[in-house]
Design a protein around this ligand. Structure first.
Ligand SMILES: [Zn+2]
Length: 314
């Protein structure tokens, strides 16, 4: 299972058992029937003489057991099997717009937020001391990231700072301020469902955000991607018209699955598939309440991009 094998929280146990397995392999390679043959492993060491074939059987049995244990250790389900939020650990969820268990009542995460956490885990990010820019920060994810990198390395920004109660958020207007971002500065840039609100050319905004990423950094973002094609209007439309065309009164664009390669796909090298089950196993998506609808078709398109994924070159 690909995702399990990359699970940071389960690496230590796997490494330990790998070390023991390698030690057993070395015993076989070096002395399959030699010096160690005829001795039995006890808690105090090699004390009792046993026939060589029995010793080999004992070691083979031990190796099989540890091999099984190594695979199990890599499954997060070993620690917890009840569906829960992978950001806060909460177990209380509520339905949103027909999507069962979409919203975490404890930290406010949606499926897309928990998906982003999965991508962070896979990239083994963030790490202590990393510089992070988080646009329109989600409470649970913000506390998680800030708790690791430290307050001094975490910058949360929004154009509407008044809406945040218990989180320090700095004013930033992406239309006018994105070009002021420092180059090669942030190790991690995170934003979810922001770009569809920004009333300007988003190529420029995404370019400047990516420019601000360090060479080994990660640009993790989510946009809603609907059926059909891209549409945008910076013209002053009524709330009703925006709601009709872009699904929400304060959206200025909609992304479409049919021509995603002509919008975001002309800025970044995108993953070849919109099927999230090719990235993470069904067991993990079930465990973190990422429902079936959210797994395919870019409903909550999450892009986990490296510096080299920018297609625009000077
Ligand atoms: Zn939560």
């Amino acid at each position: 299972m690909r995702a399990g094998s990359e699970w940071p929280g389960h690496v230590d146990g796997a490494v330990r058992s790998c070390g023991i397995l390698r030690a057993i392999d070395r015993l076989f390679d070096a002395e399959p029937e030699g010096r160690l043959a005829g001795k039995k492993l006890t808690s105090r060491g090699w004390l009792c003489r046993v026939p060589g074939r029995h010793l080999k059987g004992i070691l083979m049995g031990l190796k099989t057991f540890l091999g099984l244990k190594r695979r199990l250790i890599q499954l997060p389900t070993l620690e917890r099997t009840d569906p829960h939020c992978n950001i806060c650990g909460g177990v209380s969820f509520r339905e949103m717009n027909g999507r069962q268990n979409a919203y975490c009542n404890t930290c406010g995460s949606f499926e897309r937020t928990r998906l982003m956490k999965l991508y962070l885990d896979r990239a083994r990010m963030p790490q202590k001391g990393m510089k992070v820019l988080h646009l329109a920060p989600e409470r649970g994810l913000a506390n998680y990231i800030k708790g690791i990198v430290g307050d001094e390395n975490y910058l949360a920004t929004d154009i509407d700072v008044e809406t945040y109660k218990n989180l320090k958020v700095t004013y930033m207007d992406l239309v006018t301020d994105s070009e002021k971002l420092p180059t090669n500065h942030f190790d991690l840039i995170v934003h979810s469902h922001v770009i569809e609100h920004v009333p300007c050319n988003i190529t420029a905004v995404l370019f400047h955000l990516h420019r601000s990423l360090t060479k080994s950094g990660l640009h993790l973002f989510s946009i809603p991607i609907l059926d059909g094609c891209y549409e945008e209007s910076l013209f002053p439309l009524s709330d009703e018209e925006r709601n009709r065309r872009f699904l929400q009164y304060d959206h200025v664009r909609r992304f479409g699955i049919d021509d995603i390669h002509k919008s975001v796909g002309m800025i970044f090298h995108l993953p070849l598939t919109s099927d999230i089950t090719s990235e993470f196993s069904k067991e993990i998506l079930d465990l973190y309440n990422v429902d079936e609808r959210s797994r395919r078709g870019y409903l909550h398109g999450v892009f986990s991009l490296q510096k080299s994924d920018l297609l625009l070159k000077p």
